[in-house]
Design a protein around this ligand. Structure first.
Ligand SMILES: *[C@@H]1O[C@H](CO)[C@@H](O)[C@H](O)[C@H]1NC(C)=O
Ligand SMILES: *[C@@H]1O[C@H](CO)[C@@H](O)[C@H](O)[C@H]1NC(C)=O
Length: 286
C-alpha cells in the first residue's frame, strides 16, 4: 500500500514538473513579431515554437518588439536539414540606422551529408569584416541547440550550448569601437547562395524547398531601451545579473573551453587572414 502511494507521488511530481516547464515557456507573440515573409512563418505548440520557411518565392524572418541595451540573449534553433547548400539561417542583434552595430550567428547550409559551418561577425559603428567560422561538434539539423549572446560593457560573448565560441572585448581604451546602440534581436532564413557555400559556387537546390528552420525559447533577458534613445547607460546597472563582475570575463573553465574550440573547430579567423589584413586589426593584437 505505502509503496503504491510512493509511486503515485513520484508520478505526480513528474507531471507537475512537466506542466511547470510548459507554462514557463514564453510564447513568441509576447516578445517577438514577424518582420518578413508573413505567409512563410508558422506558429507551433501554442506559439512556443516558430517555423521559418523559405521557398523560391520568399524567405522569412522575425524580430524582437523591443530594443535592448545589454543582456544575455538566447534562442534554441534547429536548422534546415537535407540539401541546404546556399541556405542561411541567421540569429543576430542589430541596431537601426547608419553606422550600425550588429552581432551575428549565421548558419551556412551545405550539400546533403556535408557539415554546416557556423559563421559569426561583429559590427561596430558600421564596421564589420570580422568573420570567424567554425565546424560544430554536433549536427545542428538533428536537434535544438542553445545559441546565446552575452552583451555587457565589458565583453560580448557568443555561446553554443554554454560553450563560448567567440569573445569580443570592450577595448575602447585602445581605440577599438564597441557596440553602443540599442539593438533588436532578429532571426531569418534566406537565400545566401551568392556567397554562403563554397564561396558562392554551390547554389540552392530548389527541388529541396521548402527549407525549414525551427526556433524556441522566446523569453528575453535584456535591458529595454527606446530605439532612438542615446542613453543606454542605465543598461550597465548591476541590477541586471549579466552586468555583474562574474560576467566581465570568462572564468578559467570557460576560458579553457574557448581555447579548445579555437584550436579544434575554428576553420577561419579574420584575425589571422594575412591576405585580407596584412597587419592584424587592433582587437586581434592581444
Ligand atoms: C517555384 O516553385 C514552384 C513549386 O515547386 C514551381 O511550380 C514554380 O515554377 C517555381 N517558380 C520559379 C520562378 O522557379
Ligand atoms: C567600454 O569600456 C569603457 C571603460 O574601459 C567604458 O567607459 C565604456 O562605457 C565601455 N563602452 C561601452 C559601450 O559599454
Amino acid at each position: 500500500m505505502s509503496s503504491l502511494i510512493f509511486v503515485f507521488l513520484i508520478i505526480l511530481y513528474f507531471i507537475d514538473g512537466v506542466l511547470a516547464r510548459r507554462s514557463r515557456e514564453v510564447s513568441f507573440d509576447q516578445n517577438y513579431k514577424v518582420i518578413w515573409g508573413d505567409n512563410h512563418v508558422v506558429s507551433l505548440n501554442q506559439g512556443t515554437e516558430i517555423q521559418l520557411l523559405m521557398d523560391n518565392s520568399s524567405g522569412s524572418g522575425f524580430g524582437s518588439k523591443k530594443n535592448y541595451g545589454s543582456g544575455f540573449f538566447h534562442l534554441r534553433i534547429k536548422v534546415p536539414g537535407g540539401d541546404s547548400a546556399g541556405v542561411v539561417t541567421a540569429y543576430y542583434m542589430t541596431s537601426q540606422g547608419s553606422r550600425h552595430d550588429e552581432l551575428d550567428f549565421e548558419f551556412l547550409g551545405n550539400k546533403k551529408g556535408k557539415p554546416y559551418i557556423l559563421q559569426t561577425n561583429v559590427f561596430s559603428e558600421g564596421e564589420g569584416n570580422r568573420e570567424q567560422r567554425l565546424r560544430l561538434w554536433f549536427d545542428p539539423t538533428q536537434d535544438f541547440h542553445h545559441y546565446r549572446i552575452l552583451w555587457n560593457q565589458h565583453q560580448i560573448v557568443f555561446f553554443v550550448d554554454n560553450i563560448p565560441i567567440r569573445v569580443f572585448k570592450n577595448m575602447s581604451n585602445i581605440g577599438v569601437r564597441y557596440p553602443t546602440k540599442p539593438m533588436q534581436t532578429q532571426a531569418s532564413l534566406w537565400d545566401g547562395d551568392s556567397w554562403a557555400t563554397d564561396g558562392g559556387r554551390t547554389k540552392i537546390n530548389w527541388n529541396s524547398a521548402p527549407f525549414k528552420a525551427y526556433f524556441q525559447g522566446f523569453d528575453v533577458k535584456g535591458c529595454e531601451v527606446l530605439q532612438d534613445s542615446s542613453d543606454i547607460q542605465h543598461c550597465a546597472s548591476h541590477k541586471y545579473q549579466w552586468n555583474t563582475p562574474s560576467f566581465w570575463q570568462l572564468d578559467p573553465v570557460r576560458q579553457r573551453q574557448y581555447e579548445n574550440v579555437k584550436t579544434r573547430y575554428m576553420i577561419y579567423d579574420y584575425c589571422t587572414d594575412r591576405k585580407r589584413n596584412p597587419t592584424p586589426p587592433l582587437e586581434c593584437q592581444n
